[in-house]
Write a protein that binds this ligand. Structure first.
Ligand code: GLV
Ligand code: MN
Ligand code: MN
Length: 427
């Protein structure tokens, strides 16, 4: 007789929502800002404690744990065909300043619980299954997003740049990584994945937008991830006394930055598409005194679009504006640096199909959608067929303390993930 379909067994095994919620809550206490906000910055003390927490959970799930030179953490469940490319899943646990406790975390703790569900069901993987906790998906400390997955995907320029990079407090990446117990091997190309490491990568994540909640749908199946870019700009002027220097004599670096911030909004709106977005989330003036004309300013611009060409047009226009503003205001354009300018990524049909049949087996409503936020999946897609599972979150809130996803929605996501991993593992 034909062997029983293992997915039918898995289907009936409950997710331990109580334990999972306790883990989410405990992880949120490893934070540099007070609850309900979460701030967890790369290689900080709280990040190191949080990493220990994750490794411990991986170990308790029976996974064998390994870390690379930048602290990507891998928990592996060896399959019956250990030499075949593995099926991987995961996300990040770093948190931007004053954010919430679900972004990324659901995709790491939820992945470990998905493994637990599979183990409780008696499932035996054919391809090995791996849970990955990626280092620094958020750009907070060293200015580069998806640091761990970018390196896994083989970014030679990043591997080089990291040996020279410092943070705002002038702490080098190398020193910070070493203080957290990493970078013993300073050759970050050691992180690059082999071509045949993974046969698929799946990431579970909160939607970070309102669509699923508004439409009452349980699961979002991501078909594409929008193309992100970020730019650093610096202006310099003469500064001086806020009372004594008369207006015609000024070249105010702060006003140049303010004008460029407005130009970003204008150029984004000129695209005519709601899919084009731009944000100035950092705007600093020096010396930062009420009675001193800013002599230096620094702004950081985030712009994204599902259409890469249209996003690139915004970048060109922002550059032209930066040049013309500096000329007109007599300030120096000290820096115009495109930090990253990434293409979008497409999910793979094989993973989409596995996710879709998982939701059908579970009787969950689902919808195909794009991800406007970026994720480590954007880079894992360069190394393996990729897919993402979204779950609803309260009012679409994210990157703020009010972020929330219900235990039921998280459990649905974990079940879809468990079934998807199982299907991909026996393929
Ligand atoms: C990820 O946090 C993003 O900014 O999209
Ligand atoms: Mn985020
Ligand atoms: Mn995230």
């Amino acid at each position: 007789p034909a062997a029983a379909d293992p997915c039918q067994e898995i289907h009936s095994i409950p997710v331990d929502s109580l334990a999972l919620q306790q883990q989410i809550d405990e992880l949120s206490t490893f934070s540099d800002s007070p609850a309900p906000s979460v701030t967890r910055i790369l290689y900080s003390d709280n990040d190191v404690v949080a990493r220990r927490f994750i490794k411990n959970l991986m170990g308790r799930a029976g996974l064998s744990v390994r870390e690379d030179a930048v602290g990507n953490i891998f928990g592996r469940w060896e399959g019956s065909e250990p030499d075949a490319p593995a099926v991987s899943t995961g996300s990040h646990i770093d948190a931007i300043p004053y954010s919430g406790k679900y972004d990324g975390v659901v995709g790491v703790l939820g992945a470990i619980e998905a493994i637990n569900v599979l183990k409780r069901s008696g499932f035996k993987p054919k391809r090995s299954l791996e849970v990955i906790m990626f280092t620094s998906e958020e750009p907070t400390r060293y200015g580069i997003s998806c640091l761990g997955s970018r390196l896994l995907a083989g970014s030679v320029s990043l591997a080089k740049a990291l040996t020279q990079t410092v943070d705002n407090a002038n702490i080098s990446f190398l020193d910070a990584a070493k203080s957290a117990g990493y970078a013993e091997n300073e050759d970050f190309s050691s992180v690059f994945l082999d071509e045949k490491s993974y046969s698929a990568f799946v990431e579970l994540h909160i939607e970070q937008g309102p669509i699923l909640e508004n439409e009452g749908i349980s699961i979002g199946i991501v078909t594409a991830i929008a193309a992100p870019a970020s730019i650093k700009v610096g202006f310099g002027g003469n500064g001086g006394h806020a009372g004594a220097v008369l207006m015609p004599q000024r070249n105010d670096a702060g006003l140049a930055a303010a004008e460029l911030a407005l130009a970003v909004e204008k150029h984004v709106l000129e695209s005519g598409s709601v899919d084009t977005v731009g944000t100035v989330g950092i705007l600093e003036v020096h010396p930062g005194a009420i009675n001193s004309i800013p002599s230096r300013s620094h702004i950081e611009i985030d712009t994204r679009d599902i259409d890469e060409k249209r996003r690139n047009t915004v970048i060109e226009k922002v550059h032209e504006s930066a040049v013309s503003i500096s000329k007109r205001r007599g300030v120096d354009l000290l820096e115009f640096k495109i930090v990253n300018q990434d293409p979008p990524a497409l999910s793979d049909d094989s993973v989409i199909n596995a996710m879709e049949s998982a939701t059908q087996l579970l009787g969950l409503s689902h919808k195909k959608m794009i991800s406007r936020a970026y994720h480590d999946s954007l880079f894992m897609a360069r190394k393996a067929p990729m897919g993402m599972i979204f779950i609803p979150c309260y009012k679409g809130y994210s990157h703020k303390p009010e972020e929330y996803a219900s235990p039921e929605d998280i459990a649905n996501g974990v079940k879809v993930l468990a079934l998807t991993l199982a299907k991909l593992s026996i393929n």
